[in-house]
Design a protein around this ligand. Structure first.
Ligand code: ZN
Length: 176
């Protein structure tokens, strides 16, 4: 397994619309392992492939708490099929926008179809943190960031801050 480099705001790669996965092979399984390792190390609870520079419609999630056994989930070519009516609010963060958190309102329930690593079709009816996390990560596959769901003023502030940081670093990518 290998740690992958995280792509960080304001890298325009984050605005890429990712392409469906077509080959369900050993290489894909290895890539999923690397995504998990990178996510656990960060640490985070979700990671989309584009956040490590791969424009593939694929994401990993593990909502287990620190003292609980790991619960790795891989979602390939996920599609939101239905939203519930009730909203929920979580304070969200993102490995591509380090140390920034904001309340985001999203539907509290979603039905998502996806494929697993073997290519088998699956459906999940998610609520709570899983519903929010899935929507946050699926947004990444469409080039959308959680800061797109907050006020324009707040978003411009955070983008400006990250542009300034990138300028000071002389680059836009960091390795953690
Ligand atoms: Zn994110």
């Amino acid at each position: 397994m290998a740690l992958l480099d995280l792509v960080v705001l304001p890298d325009p790669v984050l605005r890429t619309v990712s392409k469906p996965v077509e080959r369900f092979d050993a290489q894909l399984a290895r890539f999923a392992d690397d995504m998990f390792e990178t996510m656990y190390k960060a640490p985070g609870i979700g990671l989309a492939a584009i956040q490590v520079g791969e424009p593939l419609r694929m994401l990993v999630i593990d909502l287990a708490k620190k003292d609980e056994p790991r619960e790795p989930h891989v979602f390939i070519n996920p599609e939101i099929r239905a939203f519930g009516d009730a909203p929920s609010v979580y304070e969200e963060g993102c490995l591509s926008i380090p140390d920034y958190y904001a309340d985001v309102e999203r539907p509290a329930n979603v039905t998502v179809t996806y494929r697993d690593l073997s290519g088998a079709e699956k459906t999940i009816e998610a609520d709570g943190l899983m519903a929010t996390c899935l929507q946050h990560e699926i947004d990444h596959l469409n080039g959308v960031l959680f800061v797109d769901h907050i006020s324009r003023l707040k978003r411009e502030m955070v983008v400006r801050k990250f542009k300034k940081l990138a300028k000071e670093r002389g680059g836009t990518r960091i390795t953690v």
